[in-house]
Design a protein around this ligand. Structure first.
Ligand code: ARG
Length: 264
């Protein structure tokens, strides 16, 4: 059932307009804030997460290097030349006249991706983006715990619309054992490939259209480091259904090699 939901989530994202981590929360306090604010998340400020990327198929991404965006495998169709994707960068407001856009020229999807784990891909941009900080990836499991930041332009509630303004939230790590327990995903999590995050009571989460975007935290030098890629979940922000993210540290060598082979 969850695997099916994963596939449906990807299709939903492709049919909608937005990309990165919309944050969902359903607490009464947040709802009382009204339409100016996405339920559950709050607006990111301009420049707060300079590495955030919105992709035209309705996904998010993170700027890995001046020419490469790290996203989810389920956001792309396969490996090869691809000039059909537009990346929007450098703004929290997707309609801002200050936005930077780049066309893709190549897509690399994780080898062996079949909808079950391995949910990462690289998109090469037609020309480098300068002036925006990139987001380094975690290369060890040292940061695969703690409190994570999620951000994106995806739905602000399950079934909701894509967002014009980037939203953000924080979610706590959930262990593989807890995430795979019978009250949660009952064995559907691939412990090596995937990392869960969210509240047992629900209320804060990524959602459709956030796929491919980063989950990140501060490293020992207080710099942002990417630990996850938005992948899937059962609905959004439901109790006992944390968000499921690709575990970047596990794929870091493969990501680095692939990025080098793409020239950046
Ligand atoms: N697969 C979704 C997408 O395409 C992301 C779902 C994330 N869901 C969640 N509950 N965290 O955008």
């Amino acid at each position: 059932m969850v695997r099916l939901r994963r596939i449906l989530g990807g299709v939903a994202a492709a049919l909608t307009v937005a990309a990165m981590g919309a944050v969902v929360q359903t607490s009464p306090a947040a709802a009382a804030d009204g339409p100016q604010r996405v339920v559950g998340g709050t607006r990111a400020t301009q420049g707060e997460f300079p590495f955030m990327v919105r992709l035209s198929m309705g996904c998010g991404g993170a700027l890995y290097s001046p020419t490469i965006v790290l996203t989810a495998a389920h956001c792309v169709n396969g490996t090869g030349t691809n000039t059909s994707i537009t990346a929007t960068l450098g703004v929290v407001d997707l309609n801002s006249s200050s936005r930077i856009t780049r066309r893709s020229n190549y897509v690399y999807r994780a080898p062996g991706y079949n909808g079950n784990g391995k949910d990462w891909a690289l998109i090469r941009l037609s020309s480098p983006v300068t002036g925006l900080a990139t987001l380094p990836i975690a290369t060890t499991s040292a940061y695969d715990t703690g409190t994570f930041t999620i951000a994106g332009w995806g739905a602000a509630r399950e079934g909701g619309a894509q967002q014009r303004y980037l939203l953000k939230a924080t979610v706590p790590f959930v262990s593989d054992a807890t995430c795979n327990s019978s009250s949660m995903y009952n064995g559907e999590i691939i412990p090596t490939d995937e990392i869960c995050a969210g509240y047992t009571q629900g209320g804060v989460d990524t959602c459709q259209g956030d796929s491919g975007g980063p989950m990140f935290r501060r490293d020992a030098n207080n710099a942002w480091i990417q630990v996850g890629i938005v992948s899937w979940g059962d609905g959004c922000a439901r109790p006992n259904k944390p968000g499921v993210y690709s575990q970047v540290s596990y794929f870091s060598s493969a990501i680095q090699s692939a990025a080098s082979s793409l020239g950046g």
